[in-house]
Design a protein around this ligand. Structure first.
Ligand SMILES: C[S@@+](CC[C@H](N)C(=O)[O-])C[C@H]1O[C@@H](n2cnc3c(N)ncnc32)[C@H](O)[C@@H]1O
Length: 165
Protein backbone atom coordinates (compact mmCIF):
# COMPACT_ATOMS: atom_id res chain seq x y z
CA UNK A 1 0.00 0.00 0.00
CA UNK A 2 2.83 2.40 0.90
CA UNK A 3 4.60 1.55 -2.36
CA UNK A 4 1.57 2.65 -4.41
CA UNK A 5 1.96 6.22 -3.17
CA UNK A 6 5.78 6.11 -3.03
CA UNK A 7 5.68 6.87 0.66
CA UNK A 8 8.85 8.22 2.26
CA UNK A 9 7.62 9.75 5.52
CA UNK A 10 5.20 7.66 7.55
CA UNK A 11 3.71 8.34 10.98
CA UNK A 12 2.45 5.64 13.33
CA UNK A 13 0.50 6.27 16.53
CA UNK A 14 0.97 3.28 18.86
CA UNK A 15 4.22 1.29 18.47
CA UNK A 16 3.72 -1.49 21.06
CA UNK A 17 6.52 -3.99 20.31
CA UNK A 18 7.40 -2.57 16.90
CA UNK A 19 5.73 -5.32 14.86
CA UNK A 20 3.81 -3.09 12.45
CA UNK A 21 6.58 -0.49 12.63
CA UNK A 22 9.16 -2.93 11.26
CA UNK A 23 6.92 -3.71 8.28
CA UNK A 24 6.12 -0.04 7.67
CA UNK A 25 9.79 0.95 7.82
CA UNK A 26 10.83 -1.91 5.54
CA UNK A 27 8.40 -0.62 2.89
CA UNK A 28 10.20 2.74 2.72
CA UNK A 29 12.86 3.62 0.16
CA UNK A 30 16.40 4.66 1.16
CA UNK A 31 16.15 8.00 2.96
CA UNK A 32 12.61 7.24 4.11
CA UNK A 33 11.64 7.51 7.77
CA UNK A 34 8.97 6.09 10.03
CA UNK A 35 8.06 8.25 13.02
CA UNK A 36 6.31 6.16 15.64
CA UNK A 37 4.78 7.41 18.89
CA UNK A 38 4.45 5.24 21.99
CA UNK A 39 3.17 6.32 25.39
CA UNK A 40 4.27 3.34 27.49
CA UNK A 41 8.02 3.46 28.24
CA UNK A 42 8.29 -0.35 28.46
CA UNK A 43 6.59 -0.79 25.08
CA UNK A 44 8.84 1.92 23.64
CA UNK A 45 11.91 0.05 24.86
CA UNK A 46 10.74 -3.24 23.32
CA UNK A 47 9.88 -1.46 20.05
CA UNK A 48 13.31 0.17 19.91
CA UNK A 49 14.93 -3.25 20.43
CA UNK A 50 12.81 -4.66 17.58
CA UNK A 51 13.88 -1.84 15.26
CA UNK A 52 17.52 -2.37 16.22
CA UNK A 53 17.26 -6.13 15.66
CA UNK A 54 15.68 -5.48 12.25
CA UNK A 55 18.67 -3.22 11.44
CA UNK A 56 16.44 -0.23 10.78
CA UNK A 57 18.93 2.28 12.17
CA UNK A 58 18.29 5.73 10.78
CA UNK A 59 14.93 4.67 9.36
CA UNK A 60 12.80 4.84 12.49
CA UNK A 61 12.32 7.73 14.89
CA UNK A 62 10.60 6.46 18.01
CA UNK A 63 9.12 9.20 20.18
CA UNK A 64 8.13 8.16 23.68
CA UNK A 65 5.18 10.21 24.84
CA UNK A 66 1.45 10.61 24.68
CA UNK A 67 0.22 11.10 21.12
CA UNK A 68 -1.74 14.27 21.81
CA UNK A 69 1.39 15.87 23.32
CA UNK A 70 3.66 14.75 20.48
CA UNK A 71 1.45 15.36 17.42
CA UNK A 72 1.55 19.19 17.68
CA UNK A 73 5.38 19.04 17.57
CA UNK A 74 5.55 17.22 14.20
CA UNK A 75 6.07 18.84 10.80
CA UNK A 76 3.25 18.23 8.30
CA UNK A 77 3.81 16.49 4.97
CA UNK A 78 3.56 12.82 5.95
CA UNK A 79 2.76 10.41 3.12
CA UNK A 80 0.83 8.06 5.40
CA UNK A 81 -0.50 8.09 8.96
CA UNK A 82 -1.31 4.77 10.66
CA UNK A 83 -3.42 5.10 13.82
CA UNK A 84 -3.31 2.11 16.18
CA UNK A 85 -3.48 3.33 19.77
CA UNK A 86 -6.18 4.28 22.30
CA UNK A 87 -9.70 4.65 20.93
CA UNK A 88 -11.33 7.46 22.91
CA UNK A 89 -9.28 10.25 21.27
CA UNK A 90 -9.76 8.88 17.74
CA UNK A 91 -11.65 11.99 16.53
CA UNK A 92 -8.64 14.09 17.63
CA UNK A 93 -6.27 11.66 15.91
CA UNK A 94 -8.41 12.04 12.78
CA UNK A 95 -7.96 15.83 12.87
CA UNK A 96 -4.22 15.54 13.46
CA UNK A 97 -3.87 12.92 10.75
CA UNK A 98 -5.60 15.18 8.23
CA UNK A 99 -3.42 18.13 9.30
CA UNK A 100 -0.18 16.19 9.04
CA UNK A 101 -0.91 14.29 5.80
CA UNK A 102 0.04 15.64 2.40
CA UNK A 103 -2.55 15.69 -0.36
CA UNK A 104 -2.47 12.21 -1.92
CA UNK A 105 -1.46 10.68 1.43
CA UNK A 106 -3.06 7.70 3.16
CA UNK A 107 -4.94 7.76 6.45
CA UNK A 108 -5.01 4.28 7.99
CA UNK A 109 -6.71 3.23 11.21
CA UNK A 110 -6.88 -0.24 12.75
CA UNK A 111 -9.84 -1.80 14.59
CA UNK A 112 -12.56 -0.14 12.54
CA UNK A 113 -15.07 -2.75 13.75
CA UNK A 114 -13.72 -2.71 17.30
CA UNK A 115 -14.77 -6.32 17.80
CA UNK A 116 -18.36 -5.49 16.80
CA UNK A 117 -18.79 -2.52 19.14
CA UNK A 118 -18.57 -0.09 16.22
CA UNK A 119 -21.97 -1.25 14.98
CA UNK A 120 -23.60 -1.84 18.36
CA UNK A 121 -25.59 1.32 19.22
CA UNK A 122 -26.06 0.00 22.77
CA UNK A 123 -22.34 0.15 23.39
CA UNK A 124 -21.83 3.64 24.76
CA UNK A 125 -18.35 3.04 26.13
CA UNK A 126 -15.88 5.85 25.44
CA UNK A 127 -13.84 3.55 23.22
CA UNK A 128 -16.78 2.47 21.06
CA UNK A 129 -17.96 6.08 20.77
CA UNK A 130 -14.45 7.08 19.64
CA UNK A 131 -14.30 4.37 16.98
CA UNK A 132 -17.78 5.22 15.64
CA UNK A 133 -16.93 8.93 15.53
CA UNK A 134 -13.71 8.22 13.62
CA UNK A 135 -15.55 6.04 11.08
CA UNK A 136 -18.17 8.77 10.58
CA UNK A 137 -15.51 11.41 10.06
CA UNK A 138 -13.67 9.20 7.57
CA UNK A 139 -16.91 8.51 5.68
CA UNK A 140 -18.10 12.12 5.46
CA UNK A 141 -15.04 14.41 5.38
CA UNK A 142 -14.97 15.82 1.84
CA UNK A 143 -11.16 15.90 1.87
CA UNK A 144 -11.00 12.12 2.13
CA UNK A 145 -12.09 9.15 0.03
CA UNK A 146 -12.26 6.27 2.46
CA UNK A 147 -13.38 2.71 2.94
CA UNK A 148 -13.03 -0.07 5.50
CA UNK A 149 -11.13 -3.17 4.46
CA UNK A 150 -12.99 -5.97 6.28
CA UNK A 151 -9.94 -7.99 7.24
CA UNK A 152 -9.85 -9.19 10.85
CA UNK A 153 -10.98 -6.21 13.00
CA UNK A 154 -11.29 -3.87 10.01
CA UNK A 155 -8.86 -1.30 8.65
CA UNK A 156 -9.94 2.19 7.61
CA UNK A 157 -8.10 3.23 4.46
CA UNK A 158 -8.54 6.81 3.31
CA UNK A 159 -6.92 8.81 0.54
CA UNK A 160 -6.62 12.54 1.22
CA UNK A 161 -7.67 14.04 -2.09
CA UNK A 162 -8.04 17.67 -1.03
CA UNK A 163 -6.46 20.09 1.42
CA UNK A 164 -9.65 22.02 2.10
CA UNK A 165 -13.23 20.89 2.70
C1 LIG B 1 -2.59 -1.97 19.51
S1 LIG B 1 -1.08 -1.47 20.19
C2 LIG B 1 -0.12 -1.04 18.76
C3 LIG B 1 0.26 -2.21 17.94
C4 LIG B 1 1.28 -1.91 16.88
N1 LIG B 1 0.86 -0.80 16.02
C5 LIG B 1 1.46 -3.15 16.02
O1 LIG B 1 0.58 -3.43 15.19
O2 LIG B 1 2.46 -3.84 16.19
C6 LIG B 1 -1.45 0.09 20.90
C7 LIG B 1 -0.28 0.81 21.49
O3 LIG B 1 -0.65 2.19 21.64
C8 LIG B 1 -0.08 2.67 22.82
N2 LIG B 1 -0.85 3.85 23.24
C9 LIG B 1 -2.05 3.87 23.88
N3 LIG B 1 -2.44 5.12 24.09
C10 LIG B 1 -1.49 5.93 23.59
C11 LIG B 1 -1.32 7.34 23.51
N4 LIG B 1 -2.25 8.18 23.99
N5 LIG B 1 -0.22 7.83 22.90
C12 LIG B 1 0.72 6.98 22.39
N6 LIG B 1 0.62 5.63 22.45
C13 LIG B 1 -0.46 5.11 23.04
C14 LIG B 1 -0.18 1.50 23.80
O4 LIG B 1 0.72 1.65 24.87
C15 LIG B 1 0.14 0.33 22.87
O5 LIG B 1 1.51 0.03 22.92
Amino acid sequence: MLLTIQAKRVLEIGSLGGYSGVWLARALPPGGELTTIEKDPKHAQVAQEAFDMAKLHGRVRLIQGSALDVLPTLHPGFDAVFIDADKEPLPQYFDWGMKLLRRGGLLLCDNAFFHGAAVDPNDRSANAVGVRAFNELAAHDPRLVATIIPVRDGLVVGLKTRDRA
